[in-house]
Write a protein that binds this ligand. Structure first.
Ligand SMILES: Nc1ncnc2c1ncn2[C@@H]1O[C@H](COP(=O)(O)OP(=O)(O)OP(=O)(O)O)[C@@H](O)[C@H]1O
Ligand SMILES: [Mg+2]
Length: 1028
């Protein structure tokens, strides 16, 4: 292709627009705050956790589509008042679409990319929803309008293609044939650059024709997504419009490619801070998106003059196809879409940073001249030459006939070629129009059917793909399933769909559904196995996750709004059936707790994924089962605070009783890899090949066995602050509130040689420990009633724990095959110089004792001793002299404020000392006044009195630890997930009983203390002879 550099435009920076959408339902439920604000074309994002932290960015355009709009009668979103700040689809098109059109008409390549996290509004801006048409359909309308307006000066041809890149495979969304396994190939040619080989390009001459093709493409995308069990948010959708303009007068042809790209959701898979997965993040989850990021970064560096050796265009399919759009021959616009909500802060900030980099990229766009036109021109020129020669030959009349014949042949051939080139377009267009008429007839037919029969409507996670497939249930009996042989069957494909999955019966205007043997059918959240009559707007889930909304006869429909039955609605209903819901009346309380809401949405997001993983596991004979669990993070908090909850996935090897716990991030990653394995398997099955076994180290269903955290128990340290020893029977609780074992443990204050301290060493005032040495031993005596071992005898356990600042846990040696193993493990700790911080820790925290489950084949957990400080006698030092209270000061400001604090402290100390003195003298005066100078006797009473206090306190702390245990139990006491109303009543009774026990115990402890103290005071007074 020959290209002519535009004179006026040397470099073209990528234009960037940012758009912020309204809150969605989840965000409204969570009571989200809007953290985005806009002033003309600059945009400010506020960190929701730090009011001082605001970042501002400036782009070419900023669109406020968050608020200030109403829906008119036709459902079109328009500004509330004329000239309001709300940016509707029209105004976005005015800025971005018109520019692209203008460029294309001038003969430049143009590209429009939509970038942003899932659900941020990329498809809304690009394609649009219902009456709110997006950039692509509007662009097509205007394009054909411009073509009509200019038809005197030029002849135009438009070709339309639509493709999807999923998992580095190119799928032709307009293809009429069956899918090419592995997708279409991307090839490179010197002049053309990268292109998709065999991609269908359809000639178009009207906007409705394009819209209908887009509809067809979306339908293919939807069915491909269910067949392949793929998530459309992970795929990139590309529309390519080729515009060819033939200016016959000037005898030039301009050709431009318009790329319209709806990118995959940009969110990063954040690992939840836990372990990195053995298998790398699904290599191709977003290889294209990652590479696009790298290309943009490299190009942005080039623009600011940094030396860049390599721009990795070739690393992914998407960047190959967009090579000229980025850093090449194209005028490019990016629209970055944002959620306004505080919970999306990280993602929105990352989108803005991405957009900022893209803004720097510089392209060199050129007006393209078509080779076809050149060819015609050249052929014509050659013909002219041939004709001249012929006429000369004729004039000369003495040359052989042969040459004349040869020249005539050449001429005819050339003319045929010219004609072929010129008629090709018309032929193609005729074919495409025929095709279009056929499709149009189909659509009209579908509309008619909708008015006559009940049907089911697909609901997809991606709203853009919902409602695309309609399956009609006419009178009579209809099989639904994979089968497509019989006349009376409705064919669907998808994970877990059986050959004959279920039967629809439509008789006397009533529709029933009967599941067939073993097939999974869920109606309104509940699994059904019997014939069930369907009501208008019932929700159906067939197989693992094929979701449909049932639409009854037209007479039942009324004017109801179906849009509330979105994908979230289906999954929430499933969660509710499992006992997990936002709750009708308690919604208010959840609104106040966004973290709980986040867990809920994680849960409903994972439900279908777990169902799919189980189905794949079953079909591939992997013998593992997946299940969701809600992990209570409070269980590992040393202060026992009610921290957030987290969703984890429990993986169980069927038969072998091995168990793994995967974090959400790990599961999501593995699920993607499973899909890949599954698709490969399907492809091989289709080609009749036998599937080669996957090596274990590449198998996403497999992991080496590892120790499993079964549960925790809290051993409160407060008694140590008083040097009181403590012996406890602790309940080890699993993350879902199950009792995993009973653990006998002790805390024994001791001397530096390990001898236990006596009652005389008990302190009344813990601050006496400040600056002094404190020794104690943690003793783990025995574990009883281990559920883990009861389940399978070939297992073992270890206890892990860490104290104060230590980052590495210590473990008891492993004990195997025993339900009540003796541990007999004793560790001596010391603080050489007790600080206030350590004292606070002792008084407010517990040592969290972790029960780890070992399984056959896994290695024991080892205490990491490297980082530990120890005395020569092997005692573990938890605090050394002078280390604790001095934080490193690295700024003048800090040291200044510390100095001020020290001065304050000094003042307080002296005030305290003088108060003490005054107190002392007052007491003496009092004693002298009452006892007539017998103060010596009064003072001599104190030590024994202190010992009595200490004993009373000891009793009190003992009873308080059991009260604390009771409180923990109460906190974790939850109704069972399967509870019905009766179950709930029983739960409430039980809860009431626990609460009564708790308050009785608390009252008893406090009144015992009161009585003890009163008795001591009475004795003290008697002894000091106050009444004498
Ligand atoms: N500007 C807007 N005004 C009104 N509604 C919007 C706007 N942008 C997005 N929405 C709504 O938000 C939802 C998600 O939008 P959309 O499907 O465009 O997201 P997306 O970025 O394409 O997500 P995905 O990555 O999953 O494809 C849709 O229901 C859409 O109607
Ligand atoms: Mg989308």
């Amino acid at each position: 292709m020959r290209a002519k550099a535009s004179d006026m435009h040397g470099k073209d920076c990528v234009k960037v627009a940012v758009r912020v959408r309204p809150f969605n339902k989840r965000e409204r439920d969570a009571g989200s705050r809007c953290i985005i604000s806009m002033v003309s074309s600059s945009i400010i994002i506020q960190d929701p956790r730090d009011s001082q932290n605001r970042r501002s960015f400036c782009f070419d355009y900023a669109y406020w589509s968050h608020s200030g709009f109403t829906k008119d009668q036709g459902g079109l979103c328009v500004p509330e008042e004329p000239g309001g700040r709300y940016a509707d689809q029209d105004s976005v098109f005015q800025d971005l679409g018109e520019g692209i059109l203008e460029n294309a008409l001038q003969g430049y390549n143009a590209t429009l990319l939509a970038y942003g996290q899932t659900g941020s509004g990329k498809s809304y801006s690009m394609v649009g929803y219902g009456p709110n048409k997006g950039l692509v359909p509007k662009l097509c309308e205007r394009l054909f309008q411009a073509i009509r307006e200019n038809q005197d000066s030029r002849q135009c041809q438009v070709f339309f293609s639509m493709l999807e890149i999923y998992n580095e495979q190119v799928i032709d969304l307009l293809s009429r044939g069956s899918r090419t396994p592995g997708g279409l190939r991307v090839r490179e040619e010197q002049q053309r650059g990268f292109y998709v080989e065999g991609l269908r390009t359809v000639p178009c001459d009207s906007a409705p024709q394009v819209e209908q093709l887009m509809e067809q493409g979306t339908r293919t995308r939807t069915t491909a997504a269910t067949h392949m069990n793929a998530n459309s948010s992970r795929s990139h959708m590309l529309i390519i419009l080729q515009l060819k303009q033939i200016f016959s007068k000037e005898s030039i042809t301009k050709q431009s490619n318009i790329n319209l790209v709806d990118l995959a959701g940009s969110e990063r898979q954040r690992s939840s801070g836990s372990e990195a997965d053995r298998l790398k993040e699904g290599t191709a989850i977003n290889l294209s998106l990652t590479t696009l990021g790298n290309v943009i970064s490299a190009l942005a560096d080039v623009a600011v003059g940094k030396k860049v050796v390599h721009i990795p265009y070739r690393d992914s399919i998407l960047t190959k196809l967009l090579q000229s759009a980025l850093g090449g021959n194209s005028r490019t616009v990016m629209i970055a879409t944002l959620s306004p909500a505080d919970i999306c802060y990280e993602e929105s900030l990352s989108t803005l940073r991405y957009a900022e980099r893209a803004k720097r990229i510089q392209n060199r766009a050129v007006v393209n001249e078509s080779p076809t036109e050149r060819l015609v021109k050249e052929l014509k020129a050659e013909n002219a030459r041939l004709l001249q020669r012929l006429s000369r030959l004729g004039q000369e009349g003495r040359r052989a006939n042969d040459e004349t014949k040869e020249l005539r042949q050449l001429l005819t051939h050339n003319e045929l070629q010219i004609r072929a080139i010129q008629t090709l377009w018309e032929q193609h267009l005729q074919e495409a129009l025929k095709d279009w008429e056929q499709q149009y007839a189909n659509i009209t037919q579908e509309r008619r059917m909708m008015q006559m029969h009940p049907y089911i409507l697909n609901i997809n996670e991606d709203a853009q793909l919902s409602g695309v497939v309609k399956l009609f249930i006419q009178e009579g009996e209809w099989d639904i399933g994979l089968c497509d042989s019989s006349q009376r069957s409705i064919s669907i494909k998808g994970l877990g769909i059986q050959e004959r999955h279920a039967v629809f019966r439509n008789e006397e205007r009533r529709v029933t559904l009967t599941p067939l043997a073993e097939s999974k059918v869920i109606v309104n959240g509940h699994a059904v196995s019997q014939t069930t009559e369907l009501q208008h707007l019932d929700r159906l889930i067939l197989g693992s996750n094929c979701t449909y909304l049932f639409i009854g006869y037209p007479s039942e429909r009324g004017g109801d709004d179906w849009s509330r039955y979105d994908y979230d609605y289906f999954q929430s209903e499933l969660a509710a059936a499992e006992g997990i819901h936002l709750g009708g009346s308690s919604v208010g309380s959840i609104q106040a707790d966004p973290s709980l809401l986040a867990v809920f949405y994680d849960y409903i997001k994972l439900i279908p994924m777990v169902a799919e993983a189980n189905q794949m596991s079953q079909e591939l004979n992997k013998a593992v089962e997946f299940g969701l669990e809600i992990k209570n993070l409070a269980l590992s908090d040393p202060k026992g605070h009610d921290l957030e909850k987290e969703i984890v996935v429990r993986v169980t090897a069927i038969g072998r009783k091995q168990v793994w716990i995967w974090s959400k991030a790990k599961f999501v990653n593995r699920k993607f890899l499973m899909e890949e394995v599954y698709q490969q398997h399907q492809a091989e099955k289709m080609e009749g090949l036998s599937t080669a076994a996957l090596p274990r180290d590449k198998d996403p269903f497999w992991d080496p066995v590892e120790p499993l955290l079964l549960g925790t128990a809290h051993l409160w340290l407060q008694s140590l602050a008083f040097r009181i020893s403590l012996e406890e029977q602790l309940e080890v609780m699993g993350s879902e509130g199950t009792e995993e074992a009973i653990l006998q443990a002790q805390l024994v204050p001791c001397t530096s040689t390990g001898l236990p301290l006596g009652e005389d060493d008990i302190l009344i005032d813990p601050s006496e420990l400040l600056g002094r040495r404190l020794d104690f031993q943690l003793v783990l005596d025995q574990c009883c009633g281990l559920r883990w071992i009861k389940e399978a005898r070939n297992r073992g356990v270890q206890i892990g724990f860490r104290l104060f600042d230590s980052s590495q846990p210590l473990y008891t040696p492993a004990v195997w095959h025993n339900v009540n193993p003796l541990l007999d493990h004793r560790v001596h700790f010391t603080s050489l110089h007790t600080s206030q911080r350590l004292l606070d820790y002792l008084q407010s925290s517990a040592v969290v004792l972790e029960l780890w489950g070992l399984q056959e084949g896994c290695t024991d957990l080892k205490s990491a001793l490297e980082g530990l400080r120890m005395t020569a006698e092997g005692i573990i030092i938890i605090e050394e002299e002078g280390t604790a209270d001095t934080a490193p000061l690295d700024s003048a400001e800090l040291s200044c404020s510390v100095r001020a604090l020290q001065q304050d402290l000094e003042k307080l100390r002296s005030a305290n000392a003088s108060l003490r003195k005054e107190n002392e003298s007052l007491r003496e005066q009092l004693n002298t006044a009452r006892n007539g100078g017998e103060s010596v006797r009064g003072r001599s009473v104190r030590p024994s009195c202190d010992a009595e206090f200490a004993r009373a306190l000891k009793v009190f702390y003992h009873s308080m630890t059991s009260v604390k245990g009771q409180l923990q139990r109460l906190r974790r006491h939850r109704p069972s997930e399967e509870s019905d109303l009766l179950g709930l009543r029983l739960f409430v009774d039980e809860h009431g009983r626990l609460l009564r026990d708790f308050s009785e115990q608390l009252e008893q402890s406090v009144s015992a203390l009161k009585q003890d103290v009163a008795a001591i005071v009475r004795r003290k007074r008697e002894r000091s002879g106050i009444w004498s």
